[in-house]
Each structure stands twice: as C-alpha cells, then as structure tokens.
Design a protein around this ligand. Structure first.
Ligand code: ZN
Ligand code: MN
Length: 478
C-alpha cells in the first residue's frame, strides 16, 4: 500500500468574550437565556437600523492577531456576505472579506525532539455570528439570540500533517485564547468551532489532491477522530483506484460516523460588497501600541523559559503553563520559597493540581496562596513537620486561610523527634502485636513498614518515621 501523508487545514470560529454584541448593545453571552429574548432591532435585522462597531471586539481581535504574529492592518473594512438561511434574519452576514483586520501570522506546535510544526494563518478577520436552528417535535425552531455575537474567523494554511497535529493545534489555540482572556474557548458551548479540510497524497509529494470539508465537530477529541477516519477513508478510496470528490461531510457525534451533506456555495455565490452602513476601520499606531503593551508573555515562550530558567523537564513546563494562572502561581511560589524550583513543581503537579481539579478552581482562586505553599515546603525542609503533615496542611490552609505556621502551633503538629516519646510508643506496638512480631523475627522483613505505620498512626502522623524505624529495628532485634 502507498505511504500517504495527510494535508489538513482548520477553519475556526472564535467567540470573543465581550460584554455586548459586535454591532448592538445586546449581551454577547446568552447561553442560559430563553430563545429570542436577547435580541434588538439591530441584531434581528429589522429595516432602517444602523450597526455600531463594538470597540472592545476590535481590541480583543487585535490582541489575538498580535499573539498569532499577524500584521494588524491600519485600514480594514466590513463586507456583506449574502446568503439565505433561516438563522440569518438580514439575509447577509457582516464579515470582512476584501480588507481583513490582519494578515499573515502563525502558531508553532511543539513536536517531540525539540522540533516544531509552524502552522501558518491564511485568514484572520472579524465578523458577526448567525442564530441557531434546531429540530424539535417535527418542527424547525429558530433562535436569534446568537445573532451579532462577535467572532474571529481564523483559517490555517494546509500545514497540518496528521489528525494528532490537528488536535494539538486546537489544544494550543484554546490555551492561547484563555491565556489572552479574549474567549472562554469552550468548544461544547460553541465558543470555539472548527471545520477541517482534509486531503491525502503520497508522502513527499508536493501537489494537492481534492479535499473534503468536515463540519460540525465540537470537541477536540471529535476532531481527532473525525479527521483520522476521513484520512483512512480517502486512503481506501485511492487504493481502490477511485478519485476523491470535494464533499462536505458532517460529523455525527452519536454514531461516530461522517455523513455527506449539501454541496457548498462557492465564494462567488455570496456576492460580497462593502457594508454601506459602517465606516472603514482605521487602526492608528497609538491604538495598536496600546494593545501590544497589554500582550502578555505567550504560553510557548513561558514554557521554554521555565525549562531554561528553572531547569524543569519539558513535561513539567508543559503542564505548569497549560493555564496562565497556574504558571503565575508556580513562579510566585518559587520566588517566595527560594529553594529548588523542581521541588515546587512536584508540589504543584502532585498536590495543588489535584486540589484544583477536585474543587473545579483555577490557581488564582485558591485561599492557599503561593506564600503559604512556600512556607509549608520550608517547614518540611527545616525538619519542623514531616511530609505527611505538610500535605495535610494544604487542605487546612485552603479551608481556613490561616498561615501554615499558625496551624502547626495551634494543632501541635510539629514533628516529634524525641527519642523517649517514640520509643515508648514502639514498645506499645510491639507488646500489642505478638503474632506480627513473631512473623517478623521469623524472616518476614516486609512487616517493618507495617510496624512504622502503626507507630505513625498512634502518634497521629507526627513521629519522625526514620527515627521510628530505627528504634523498631533495634527493639525487634533483641
Ligand atoms: Zn441586538
Ligand atoms: Mn465565517
């Protein structure tokens, strides 16, 4: 069988998290609102109304463009994209076509062995969303609440080479959108929507075969699965000597199958023309500069810096920079602690992340502050408390907001390293468990861990376990 490579481009629609819609004062987010309650004459397309461009939508799109390394244009304008569909009350969508907000740009995906896949951006512009239709009880229902919600449409060049890379692109894009605070990027709520263009060719070939377009995929896992199935289908077709036709396919989540959809309009069918109700969008150098100063260090840059500055493994750096607030939390803890940065990473990856997952929180919402975590690690370093007590302090600080040292003092959690106190408990444990003592003395050495556990339990975790072990070994050898 021929060795094929996939050629994949992704078209994404990103819902910006502005307060209001792009051309009117209706709320942008109406996820829980009853159908057709979040509308006004502008977004429901009544005659004689005028759209007014939302400045915040432009600024969020500019921030995204800059983070994608795209060039923000000093002059752009909106066009009307004309088509008829029940969820589009005006009969056209206001979008950018001839003069988009930004051009160029790319997103680098880290690959194994320090390589990266550069995914170029072919298109980046602002537009308004359409409404929604759904089937219920044999009827077709329409909800205009989403009409006029600000979107950035971003289309990649066909630079992705596998279903896994397509999934990774979306994962990195979602990370970036949240990092910048421009979108909630929740695919299940449609904040980030994705269509995939897929073709295959013999590995190493430079030409492009006809592609199919997969629509309606609303999770990253579904994109990976749908694209993989389509790559395999095309390979089977080609092996059988068939040609690939430019179908539009719909992903059916329930059956996990691709279904053939209507054929698509071509660009010419949309009869684009300039939107006469909106002025051209001029972006001054000063405005652009003020946006660019708000551009934070980007996730992949920070990931790389964590490797070089703190000597972290890439695996740690990747997890710690998955969210901006977590990476901030990490750096603040390292700074407050002043010791080994890898030790801090272990605490975050093992304990703090578990806590965040259990509570459904982000790091910036914790009462357990970076200074608290640093103090806990220091108390262990200094031998004041043992590791198990340190771990139990995480929840206690989170619950009370008190400092770790205050809790240690009040609850008497300081480690008992007093030989006599531990020795008397060890003697108790030995006296109470003659059967285990006999087994141990007859060669079952693994019981030592159990004896240490009994002593720790009686001392409510405060004994120095190494000292307890040494005393037990001494007593049991007699
Ligand atoms: Zn409105
Ligand atoms: Mn679009």
């Amino acid at each position: 069988m021929t060795d094929y490579e996939a050629v994949i481009g992704l078209e994404t629609h990103i819902q910006l998290n502005t307060l209001t819609k792009i051309f009117c004062a209706c709320k942008a987010d109406s996820w829980n609102a009853a159908p057709n309650t979040n509308i006004c004459p502008v977004c429901s397309g009544l005659p004689g109304v005028l759209p007014v461009l939302n400045e915040k939508a432009v600024e969020k799109a500019m921030l995204l463009a800059a983070a994608m390394h795209a060039q923000i244009q000093s002059l752009s304008f909106f066009d009307r994209k004309n088509y008829f569909y029940p969820d589009l009350p005006k009969g056209y969508q206001i979008s950018m076509y001839e003069a988009p907000l930004a051009t160029g740009g790319y997103l680098d995906l880290p690959l194994p062995q320090n390589e990266a896949r550069r995914v170029r951006i072919a298109k980046l512009h602002l537009e308004e969303d359409a409404g929604k239709t759904k089937n219920a009880g044999g009827k077709r229902l329409i909800d205009f609440n989403r009409c006029g919600v600000p979107l950035v449409e971003m289309v990649t060049s066909p630079d992705l080479r596998s279903a896994e890379e397509a999934a990774q692109y979306l994962t990195r894009l979602r990370q970036l959108l949240r990092w910048l605070g421009v979108s909630e990027a929740d695919m299940e709520k449609g904040h980030l929507r994705c269509d995939a263009n897929v073709s295959i060719r013999p590995r190493g070939a430079a030409y492009l075969n006809p592609k199919t377009e997969i629509k309606n995929v609303n999770s990253i896992d579904a994109v990976r699965e749908a694209v993989q199935k389509e790559i395999e289908r095309q390979a089977r077709e080609m092996e059988a000597g068939h040609t690939i036709e430019s179908w539009t396919l719909e992903w059916d989540e329930d059956s996990g199958k691709l279904k053939k959809m209507r054929s698509k309009e071509t660009e010419a069918d949309y009869r684009y023309f300039h939107e006469p109700d909106l002025l051209p969008l001029h972006i001054s150098e000063e405005w652009k500069k003020s946006i660019l100063t708000a551009l934070p260090e980007l996730p992949l840059e920070r990931r790389q810096r964590f490797v070089t500055q703190y000597g972290l493994p890439e695996y740690d750096a990747d997890i710690l920079t998955a969210e901006r607030s977590l990476s901030d939390y990490y750096e603040q803890t390292v700074k407050a602690y002043g010791g080994d940065p890898k030790k801090v990473s272990n605490w975050l990856m093992n304990d703090v992340l578990r806590m965040l997952n259990e509570k459904g929180m982000t790091a910036d919402q914790l009462r357990l502050l970076p200074a608290h975590l640093a103090e806990i690690i220091r108390l262990i370093d200094e031998g004041v408390i043992n590791n198990a007590t340190g771990k139990s302090l995480l929840e206690k600080v989170q619950a009370s907001g008190e400092t770790p040292a205050a809790i240690v003092a009040r609850e008497g959690l300081a480690k008992v390293s007093d030989d006599a106190a531990i020795r008397s408990i060890c003697q108790e444990v030995i006296a109470e468990n003659p059967a285990e003592v006999e087994n141990y003395r007859n060669g079952k050495a693994t019981l030592m861990g159990w004896f240490v556990g009994q002593v720790m339990r009686k001392m409510r975790g405060k004994a120095d376990p190494n000292l307890a072990r040494a005393i037990l070994e001494e007593l049991l050898a007699q």
